[in-house]
Design a protein around this ligand. Structure first.
Ligand SMILES: [Zn+2]
Ligand SMILES: [Zn+2]
Length: 488
């Protein structure tokens, strides 16, 4: 009820209502010349609703009017109201005076009509106030939810960064243990080398001692015998001594590796965060970041279909999920009941008990609008949307469209209409049976709305939900056929 009460519309309502009221001359007791218009009944849409009439009945009756005379015709009281000029005149004015031929009617009647009009206008203002208060509540709720979401997001961010820090600490631990292990191996080798040097030194020392002892021998025969004894050993030890050069063990390559890793990270981080989040190389579910903060989805009732056609889609049905008693048209837009079971390959996605099917196309961000043709759907049908996690086997609640957290639908059976989600049902007042229903999804806003296309886009129902999985158009059939209206 919002758009039709815009300022322009209100003035239009007032103008049309007034002109209709003032041209309705059957209530005027006088005939004012040849210009008067023949009486005609009030048009149905201008009749006051019963509630307005009840409100008017409570109005105070008019006080006795203060008698005032006409400025043009002295002595004549103001008895009429000229609708063309918007002023009170005497009975002579429309007959003889400047209001000749004007739309004039009894003063009290005119006042009463205006009073009625103001009552209707006040009612409309009440509706607008309610609407606006509703909008304020929605925005306030969104603001509160946003604050909570921001704070949990920051906590989660802290958790992820902490995880990243832990990963880096673990990486450091691993690199340190590589250094420790290599160092240990080298030190063990060096220890053995030092040991063998020491043994060699000790051997040389003892040999030197032996030679010095032989030198001190006074007996030349003994001396020469001892010299011959050690001659071979002396020749052996005269060979060129080895010089050892320990090759230093380097960990430069480990440090280099982390330098490069850091440079790589820096090359990513050098770009401003805002730009990186927009490019979002890690996920494709990034439509949210492309929206400006505080964006509002505005709808009016009755909505303009053109508004939705900007997001028009023509989803086709998924063969693999189709129940064996359902068949698809060649263009995959129409699902119909088959008189016999069809032999489809068994698969995990196929509904095996319920006559249901999901679309091939899923929506996981942005706005989408599709229309479902119900002209040949028969007495019962379910249309809506589902997560891919809806159950496929059996006919338990987890599989039934609208009976679980994973699906939403509008159901018709006989003359009754219901909105279904999580097994909770809300009765819908549908005045004219829809031949076609428009379904609008805004993933980020969490809105799934249904409109009666054949009845000038009358709003049927809106589900509000925080979507967490891809959303697939879905349906369930009772008889006949249901098709997607080709919009694209
Ligand atoms: Zn007058
Ligand atoms: Zn006039």
């Amino acid at each position: 009820m919002s758009a039709e009460y815009g300022t322009a519309n209100i003035s239009k309502i007032i103008t049309t209502t007034f002109s209709a009221l003032f041209k309705h001359k059957s209530q005027i007791p006088y005939q004012y010349g040849k210009h008067s218009v023949p009486a005609r009944p009030l048009q149905p849409h201008l009749r006051f609703p019963a509630s307005a009439r009840a409100a008017m009945a409570q109005l105070q009756p008019w006080a006795a009017a203060e008698p005032r005379g006409c400025t043009l015709h002295s002595g004549r009281p103001l008895e009429l109201f000229c609708g063309d000029c918007g002023c009170c005149v005497c009975a002579l004015c429309p007959a003889l005076g400047p209001h000749r031929g004007h739309d004039a009617r009894l003063l009290l009647q005119a006042a009463r009509d205006k009073q009625e009009l103001l009552t209707v206008y006040l009612r409309n203002l009440e509706v607008r106030k309610e609407q606006q208060a509703g909008n304020r509540r929605s925005v306030e709720q969104a603001a509160a939810e946003l604050k909570a979401h921001a704070s949990t997001s920051k906590q989660q961010l802290l958790d992820r960064v902490t995880q990243l820090q832990l990963l880096l600490q673990e990486e450091e631990r691993l690199a340190r243990s590589v250094i420790d292990e290599k160092t240990q191996q080298a030190l063990e080798a060096h220890g053995q080398q030092v040991q063998s040097c020491q043994e060699e030194l000790a051997a040389l020392e003892s040999f030197s001692r032996r030679i010095r002892e032989i030198q001190q021998c006074r007996d030349p025969i003994q001396f020469l015998e001892k010299c011959t004894e050690i001659e071979k050993e002396m020749q052996d030890s005269r060979r060129q001594p080895e010089q050892w050069h320990p090759i230093p063990l380097s960990f430069e390559h480990i440090l280099n590796y982390y330098s490069y890793l850091m440079k790589f990270l820096q090359s990513i981080l050098r770009k401003p965060l805002e730009v990186r989040l927009k490019e979002d190389v890690f996920t494709s579910l990034n439509a949210t970041s492309k929206r400006d903060p505080g964006t509002m989805l505005k709808t009016v009732t009755p909505v303009d279909r053109m508004l939705f056609l900007k997001h028009a889609r023509s989803p086709t049905w998924e063969y693999d999920s189709l129940h064996p008693r359902l068949k698809l048209s060649d263009d995959r837009l129409v699902v119909s009941c088959s008189w016999r079971r069809i032999l489809y390959p068994c698969g995990p996605q196929r509904f095996d008990k319920l006559w249901q099917v999901l679309s091939r196309d899923a929506f996981l961000s942005g706005s989408h609008y599709w229309e479902v043709d119900l002209l040949h759907a028969g007495a019962g049908w379910w249309i809506g949307a589902a997560y891919p996690s809806i159950g496929r086997k059996g006919d338990s609640e987890s599989c039934r469209l609208g009976w679980n957290r994973a699906s939403w639908c509008i159901k018709k059976f006989d003359l009754e209409y219901w909105a279904f989600h999580k097994g909770e049902r809300i009765p819908l007042l549908v005045e004219d049976d829809p031949d076609r229903i428009g379904v609008f999804l805004d993933y980020e806003a969490g809105i799934l709305s249904f409109y009666n296309v054949t009845d000038g886009m009358t709003h049927l129902h809106t589900f509000r939900c925080k979507f967490t999985e891809p959303v697939y158009p879905a349906l369930r059939l009772w008889e006949g056929s249901i098709g997607i209206w080709k919009l694209t």
